[in-house]
Structures are given as C-alpha cells and as structure tokens.
Design a protein around this ligand. Structure first.
Ligand code: ATP
Ligand code: MG
Length: 201
C-alpha cells in the first residue's frame, strides 16, 4: 500500500489540511492517508494546546466521511513531546510493507532539517511538500530524491487564525468542517484563550 501520513497539531483541523491531504492522495494515487495528531508538539511548548483527546476527536469528525482517510493515535499515546522520526518509526512498525509519504506544508518543510534525527528520516518516508499561501515552497536544501514538491489549491487558513476568530467571536463556518464548528462550540474550545481548555470527555 501507498500510505500518506499527515502529521499536525490540528488545533483545530481545518479545510487547508483536508484539501492538502485529498489533493496529494489523488495526485500520488495513495491508497490511504492517515492523519496523526501530535502529542505535545515540541515547537509549540510555549503556547497552550487543546487537550490531545479534543484534537484527536476533531480529526476523527473531520475525516470520517472520506473512505481513504484514517486517524492514528500513535503520537498522542506516546508520552513526551512528539518528534516526526518517532511518528514514522511507529507507523512503519505497524505497517512494515507500506510505502510512506509524509505530507507537509511549505512552512513545516522548510524546518525539517532542524527536526530530531533529521538525517534518518529520509530512509523512512518520501516527503511531499505542498504549497501554502504566505510560505515560499522552493529550494529547501533537502535531499531532492526524497522530496516531492506539490502545488495544491490555495487555502489561506491556519489553526492560529481559527483560534483567534473563535476567541474574537467571529465565525469559523466553512473554514473548518461543520462538525468541528459544533465540537468547538460544544466544549467551548478557544473561547477564552487565557482560560484552561475544557477537559476532553
Ligand atoms: P498553527 O497555526 O497552530 O501552526 P496550522 O494551520 O499551521 O496551525 P498545523 O497543525 O500546524 O496547522 O499543520 C499541520 C500540517 O499541515 C503542516 O505540515 C502544515 O504546513 C500543513 N498545513 C496547515 N495549513 C495548511 C494550508 N492552509 N495549506 C497547506 N498546508 C497546510
Ligand atoms: Mg503550523
């Protein structure tokens, strides 16, 4: 199987993530794309991130209707900060025969060389860098034979923008799937950025 791996904080998951995954799935003929919500993201240690269980459930809601999309708990079930090398090793261990394609936006792609054990990730997966409005997708200095650059429909949406909109009382309809809008309202996520995030069920 050709397996896409879409890692992210998904705080919350939005249509930029979903369009990127769908487009890469189609263009590369992937059999499945597994979304992997991070545990505690090491790059985001300075800001409060919604409980992993909330981010996981929003990801499940957002992907449920697509027969090629699945969600993995490997990162949220592993203690400690999430590093992509561990994500790829765990997925590889679960699916030893699959060919892995790690999908990442232009902003994250530019940072790969700073990731833990960066020199070892190339053996585990092919990397697919997708275009993202506001970020340059060009010469990254990454090994050309392991990186595919792919243009996808431009979605100028970020989770940060969605959280700010909720905190300001602005709508996030059509930026995130309907079920995610309702989930955010149900648990009052992001409503008051200073308050503790609601406990996941
Ligand atoms: P935040 O603002 O909290 O960083 P985000 O919108 O960047 O959130 P992440 O969960 O950090 O979302 O991103 C997960 C992956 O999805 C990253 O590889 C990122 O580059 C990619 N991505 C996020 N939004 C888009 C988008 N609009 N278009 C293409 N790729 C995207
Ligand atoms: Mg981001």
């Amino acid at each position: 199987m050709r397996l896409g791996v879409m890692g992210g904080t998904f705080d919350p998951i939005h249509h930029g993530h979903l369009v990127a995954a769908s487009e890469v799935q189609s263009l590369l003929g992937l059999d499945e794309v597994v979304f992997v919500p991070t545990g505690q993201p090491w790059q985001k240690a300075e800001r409060r991130v919604a409980a992993a269980e909330h981010r996981y459930l929003m990801t499940v809601i957002a992907t449920a209707s697509n027969p090629r999309f699945t969600v993995s708990r490997v990162d949220i079930d592993r203690p400690g900060p999430t590093y992509t090398i561990d994500t790829l090793r765990d997925i590889r261990a679960q699916r030893p025969d699959d060919e892995l394609f790690f999908i990442t936006g232009a902003d994250a792609l530019a940072e790969i060389l700073s990731w833990k054990d960066a020199d070892q990730i190339w053996d585990l997966a092919q990397f697919v860098g997708v275009t993202r409005p506001g970020h340059e997708l060009s010469d990254t200095g990454l090994p050309a034979h392991r990186v595919i650059l792919q243009e996808v429909p431009a979605m100028a949406i970020s989770s940060t923008g969605c959280r700010e909109r909720v905190a300001d009382g602005d709508p996030v309809w059509y930026l995130v799937p309907d079920g995610v809008v309702q989930y955010i309202n149900k648990y009052r996520l992001y409503a008051d950025t200073d308050a503790l995030p609601a406990e996941a069920p």
